[in-house]
Write a protein that binds this ligand. Structure first.
Ligand code: NAD
Ligand code: UFG
Length: 338
């Protein structure tokens, strides 16, 4: 396509997979990342997969001067804004850090975009913006009401985008509410490799399976779900990346602010995931039932009809692909570190 796409957070989990898909369709990619939660070796992996190299700036989105320099050096067509902090518990402990990084960072980015007359933006929002008492499946019209500072930062940026679009018809913004991204690129070269103790189910499963952790704690089996364990809408990260590719022409053509759920529409329980992972990869994942985790809801899954219809995007990969690809990546990084 030969557009210049600026990807903030492009060396991170979802960002790196999106960069691969952008390069594969011929776009030029300029990454801005402060490497607070990613490794620059991802850049080589991206080149190994695509045969192409993104331009990389080791830069923080809150650094107005550095960001201005990036925009002055490239004629940017669209910004995809992944850069953000995402650990829920940390956001409860350090709210100022989260509001500064996620909200102030987004404001500075939009101010610099405005300065350079760049008005196409795709923002990484989250299913976490929905309130806890919603009827499933969630549509884009379901009430919002985040229950932690991380979710509040996402909703704050959504509201800022809405106000910005009301004030100035030049802006074209898509707010993508991701459900639970998991899995890895089929090459096994890029995936999710969290620093420290992972917060999320999938990286914990792969680390238990490889022997890095003894066992998995299943947080509650007394929820009002089919088997009592929590139900989520897991989406393969490559499907999610492709959702951004489908959003690009939509954003270009449509002024104003537009919200889309990116999920599969299917809910799987913790036990469904453990069993699928064991079956697909022919191994066992030692696990014990423990008490509920504070702040968890019983069920969270999407109605993705709007994205299916308007963006002509569908999630094609299933739970088995997520389990197989996530495990291939875990084995690859473990061999590499050994
Ligand atoms: P990630 O941590 O792997 O990637 C985020 C990247 O942004 C990292 O490379 C990090 O170094 C970078 N970054 C953070 N703050 C920055 C800053 N101030 N300046 C420059 N770079 C910065 O996370 P991810 O899972 O790829 O998530 C990407 C986005 O999607 C985030 O905004 C996250 O909140 C959102 N999201 C993620 C999930 C999920 O479960 N993974 C779900 C919903 C929404
Ligand atoms: N779970 C366990 N044991 C674990 C980890 C998780 O049983 O060790 C369970 C949870 O209780 C939940 C399910 O697995 O029922 C999924 O938990 P995750 O932590 O993987 O995902 P969440 O749905 O809690 O949250 C994630 C991100 C949020 C994001 C949300 C929706 O962490 O930032 O998905 O996109 F907002």
């Amino acid at each position: 396509m030969d557009r210049n796409i600026l990807v903030t957070g492009g060396t991170g989990f979802i960002g790196s997979h999106t960069v691969v898909e952008l390069l594969e369709i011929g776009d030029n990619v300029i990454i801005v990342d402060n490497l607070s939660n990613s490794n620059p070796s991802v850049l080589e992996k991206i080149e190994m997969i695509t045969g192409r190299k993104p331009i990389f700036y080791h830069c923080d989105v809150t650094d107005r001067k550095a960001l201005t320099n990036v925009f002055a050096s490239h004629e940017i067509h669209t910004v995809i804004h992944f850069a953000g902090l995402k650990a829920v518990a940390e956001s409860v402990a350090e709210p100022l850090k989260y509001y500064h990084n996620n909200v102030v960072g987004s404001i500075i980015l939009m101010q610099v975009m405005e300065q350079f007359h760049v008005h196409n933006l795709i923002f990484s929002s989250s299913a976490t913006v929905y309130g806890g008492n919603n009827i499933m499946p969630l549509t884009e019209a379901s009430p919002t009401g985040p229950v932690n500072p991380y979710g509040m930062t996402k909703l704050a940026v959504e509201n800022i985008c809405r106000d910005l679009c009301s004030s100035d018809q030049n802006w074209h913004i898509a707010l993508l509410r991701y459900f639970n991204p998991v899995g890895a690129h089929v090459s096994g070269l890029i995936g999710e490799d969290p620093l420290g103790i992972p917060n999320n189910l999938f990286p914990i499963i792969t680390q238990v399976a490889i022997g890095k952790r003894d066992k998995l704690f299943v947080y509650g089996n007394d929820y009002p779900t089919q088997d009592g364990t929590g139900v989520r809408d897991y989406i393969h990260v490559v499907d999610l990346a492709l959702g951004h590719i489908k959003t690009l022409p939509f954003v270009e053509e449509n002024p104003g602010v537009h919200i889309f759920n990116l999920g599969t529409g299917k809910g799987y329980s913790v036990m469904d995931v453990i069993k699928a992972f064991e079956r697909v990869n022919d191994l066992t994942v030692p696990h014990v039932i423990s008490s509920r985790r504070a702040g968890d809801v019983a069920e969270c899954y999407s109605n993705p009809d709007k994205a299916n219809r308007i963006l002509r995007w569908n999630a094609n990969l299933g739970l088995e692909d997520m389990c197989r690809d996530g495990w291939r990546f875990q084995k690859q990084i473990t061999n590499h570190k050994a």
